[in-house]
Design a protein around this ligand. Structure first.
Ligand SMILES: [Zn+2]
Length: 415
């Protein structure tokens, strides 16, 4: 591809992405503020006005920070690519004469570190200003630092060997390297999803099996009814960091676990927990989790094939600000630039995810109590300060879950 064409396409798409996201966030801000004073009629009995106003203020604070972060990330991306940041870093690492693949590994690790460090002020402001102001934050500065170091440790332990293998394959296995690289990627992904609940998640939280009692009986009932075998149901001390409540599934094959946040159990009655679990089991029984995994491996295959072509085109490097061609520069540019070109697909991904949410809700209604699911959702909207009045376009573009009104209405109709 002629050099300038790729540069221009990249700059135009990035500009368009920032403009669209800024515009959508502004629409969302306006919608949240316009409805701040009045609780929607459907929620008037269950959500007090003060909670509704708090949700509006919380959403607005996060949207405003999100808009700033959007601009900041676009500028950072320009600086490291066409601005020459990767080239400068690459030349600096070259003086240490590390040889392959370590020169590439060190350059990529430093690039990732510098970019994460640049974004740190946003994480700090979000945790200690916004989350704290609305009473959600329970992370102390000490825990924040320890978390940061632990995440860094995990990223190095997992990332360095992966990068070393990928860079070695790119250099040593000829034109079909991308196919081997994809194989490594898939195996690595499966290994991590196996190791995550056992070895990595326990570095950050404590997990203990759900204690015997009414709740455990309800959980076992719903799992039997849905024909679900698992490694166990665990309660996680989410309250160490935040008062937001949640539940999730983890692991693969026979080693699946259900994790309930302690903050969720504090608020929901056993029938509500049962209904929330039925929804999560629905995702599994309807093969949503498998579909997502297959899609992500398929997308990775396409990505590696494309990278195989891009890495051989000399114009690719120069057009994106890297004069010296190398395997690690190809990897870095690809990882940074491709998401920009994929941004028009995000409404499609959101739509697919919302479809799965409706399907899991229908599954929950069929296997548990729809009214209990509705009351659990309303409690979660209220306590997590989720806006009940999103802008339709913003929601269609970004939201992985259906808007509150539509979701509860669907449950009322038997989902
Ligand atoms: Zn769901």
């Amino acid at each position: 591809m002629p050099l300038q064409l790729l540069t221009i396409a990249f700059l135009l798409t990035l500009g368009l992405m920032v403009a669209v996201r800024w515009w959508l966030a502004s629409r969302q801000l306006a919608a949240v503020r316009a409805h701040r004073g009045v609780v929607p009629a459907e929620f008037a009995a269950s959500v007090p006005r003060t909670d509704h106003e708090r949700a509006a203020d919380y959403s607005a604070a996060r949207l405003e920070l999100g808009r700033l972060e959007l601009l900041f990330e676009a500028v950072l991306l320009l600086l490291v690519t066409v601005g020459g940041g990767i080239a400068v870093l690459d030349a600096w690492v070259a003086q240490f004469k590390l040889g392959d693949p370590w020169h590439g590994v060190v350059t990529l690790v430093l690039l990732a570190l510098l970019m994460s460090a640049a974004g740190l002020p946003f994480a700090i402001y979000s945790t200690f200003r916004i989350e704290a102001r609305f009473g959600f934050n329970r992370t102390t500065p000490g825990l924040f630092v320890v978390d940061l170091l632990r995440s860094l440790g995990v990223a190095v332990v997992l990332g360095v060997p992966l990068l070393a293998v990928l860079l070695w394959l790119m250099a040593a296995t000829g034109d079909a390297w991308w196919l081997y690289a994809w194989g490594v990627w898939v195996v690595f992904g499966l290994l991590v999803s196996f190791a995550w609940p056992r070895f990595i998640a326990p570095l950050f939280n404590r997990f203990h099996p759900l204690e015997p009692g009414a709740l455990r009986a309800a959980v076992e009932r719903i799992m039997t009814r849905c024909g679900f075998a698992t490694d166990g149901v665990f309660v996680m001390d989410g309250s160490r960091r935040s008062s937001h409540g949640n539940a999730y599934f983890t692991g693969v094959g026979r080693h699946k676990r259900i994790v309930l946040f302690d903050t969720l159990l504090e608020r929901l009655e056993p029938p509500e927990v049962e209904a929330v679990l039925a929804h999560e089991l629905g995702h599994f029984r309807l093969h949503h989790i498998r579909q997502r995994l297959v899609l992500s491996f398929g997308a990775a295959l396409l990505g590696f094939a494309l990278l195989g072509v891009a890495a051989r085109a000399p114009g690719f490097y120069a057009a994106l600000g890297v004069p010296v061609r190398s395997t690690h520069a190809a990897l870095a540019l690809f990882a940074l630039v491709v998401p920009v070109f994929l941004f028009p697909l995000s409404p499609l991904a959101s739509w697919w995810s919302r479809r799965h949410e409706y399907q899991a809700d229908r599954f929950a209604v069929a296997h548990s109590d729809g009214a209990a699911l509705a009351s659990a959702l309303v409690k979660l909207y209220r306590d997590n300060a989720t806006t009940l009045t999103p802008d339709p376009l913003y929601s269609a573009w970004h939201d992985s879950h259906p808007p509150a009104l539509a979701r509860i209405a669907a449950l009322g109709k038997g989902a």
